[in-house]
Design a protein around this ligand. Structure first.
Ligand code: HEC
Length: 102
């Protein structure tokens, strides 16, 4: 009688850290928002223009998020980032509303 021993070689557990990556507002901005919001093309509030963003942020993040997702004026729905999550939009809005970091 042949006894077969199957050795299940336990591969060393990979030590990759699959930690959820925090949405990076700046990266989203650079990819999808900068095109209009850097120069203010079409009437877009300019990134890091604190005065402009202050009055917008006073309306609250939900209102900002809605404008981005539905589009507003010359901003197309989803602001040219169809794959962005709400979290990514929020982070990028916060990034634009903040004073530029040196
Ligand atoms: C094609 C140009 C364009 C792109 C790309 C764009 N925007 Fe805009 N955005 C605009 C314009 C124009 C306005 C001003 C709309 C108005 O008030 O009529 C605006 C306004 C906004 C507002 C204010 C909305 C309000 O209620 O007044 C937010 C927030 C915003 N954009 C976020 C973003 C974010 C976040 C991105 C990137 C994910 C983005 N935008 C990409 C053109 C753009």
């Amino acid at each position: 009688m042949m006894k077969r021993t199957l050795l299940m070689a336990a591969t060393a557990a990979s030590l990759f850290t699959l930690g959820a990556q925090a949405a990076d507002g700046e990266a989203v901005y650079n990819k999808s928002c900068m095109f209009c919001h850097a120069s203010g093309v079409g009437g877009a509030p300019r990134a890091h223009d604190e005065a402009a963003w202050k009055s917008l942020m006073d309306k609250g993040m939900p209102a900002m998020l809605k404008a981005v997702k539905e589009g507003k004026g010359n901003m197309p729905p989803n602001a040219m980032c169809g794959s962005c999550t709400d979290e990514e939009f929020k982070e990028s809005i916060e990034f634009m509303a903040k004073k530029k970091q040196k």
